[in-house]
Design a protein around this ligand. Structure first.
Ligand code: URA
Length: 248
């Protein structure tokens, strides 16, 4: 439970107690009611709590080799109140340039998966274990996987992000993200399709979208889709017959 909900519960319990202790209804001044009516909406509470974290990440120098090579850090994007949060491994060249996770080819596929689930990209939250692009030798194209050390150094930022957002379900994309989160290395075939947990939040593991770009058969697409159907069931979202049958 987040701090705001705890404070709200405690306030309601105290008001309840006060009401039971007197036979007259509780009264509040016009000024107090006015202030309550003008509180910022709850949604911006999490956005406000993410902001100082975003700022700390943006000036992070804990991995000097990454800090000196990056264009910018890539914090995360989406709804701070999301029920569903996707976690990838690290920004690539496109993400480093644009400052947003999953905007390259793999990202476009992820956006399609999210849409097929019935969400828009800004209804969910998307972040990576690593907030910097793993550096590449000068002039070399492509991206490299983050190292276990780099992921361990950066993980506390993601953990704080998850704690603030408090999603109902996490989805880890690919074995490297799983290694960063759970410190386990196992074949995807053993990890996907069943529930795990990250600090008590249910965690579904599935293939990284770049795997699907390399393996475009319906059999592999169906595996990812079956994992997403489990996620939708866990979120108690209604699933159409058409959705159930994708890639069959
Ligand atoms: N792959 C990832 O794991 N994360 C991104 O942001 C982009 C590609």
């Amino acid at each position: 439970m987040d701090e705001f909900t705890q404070a709200l519960d405690a306030t309601i319990a105290a008001l309840d107690q006060m009401e039971r202790a007197t036979d007259r209804p509780l009264r509040a001044s016009r000024g107090a009611l006015d202030r309550l009516c003008h509180l910022p909406p709850l949604a911006s509470d999490k956005a406000q709590r993410l902001e100082p974290l975003r700022q700390r990440v943006s000036v992070c120098l804990q991995c000097p080799h990454l800090a000196s090579a990056r264009t910018q850090t890539v914090f995360g994007v989406g709804n701070p109140n999301a029920e569903l949060m996707f976690i990838g491994e690290a920004p690539g060249a496109d993400e480093d340039r644009q400052g947003e996770p999953f905007v390259g080819r793999a990202g476009q596929l992820l956006t399609k998966i999210i849409a097929a689930m019935g969400f828009s990209r800004d209804e969910v939250y998307i972040a990576n274990v690593l907030k910097c692009r793993p550096d590449m030798p000068a002039g070399e194209p492509g991206n490299r996987k983050p190292t276990p050390d780099e992921m361990e150094t950066c993980l506390p930022y993601l953990t704080e992000q998850i704690e603030i957002i408090g999603p109902k379900v996490l989805v880890a994309l690919g074995a490297t993200a799983v290694e960063g989160l759970l410190k386990i290395r196992e074949p995807m075939g053993k990890l996907r399709g069943r529930w795990h947990a990250y600090r008590e939040t249910p965690l579904m593991i599935t293939f990284h979208p770049s795997y699907l770009l390399r393996n475009q058969s319906n059999t592999e697409k169906r595996k990812v889709w079956e994992d997403m159907l489990l996620v939708l069931e866990r979120l108690e979202r209604s699933i159409t017959e058409k959705q159930r049958n994708y890639f069959r």
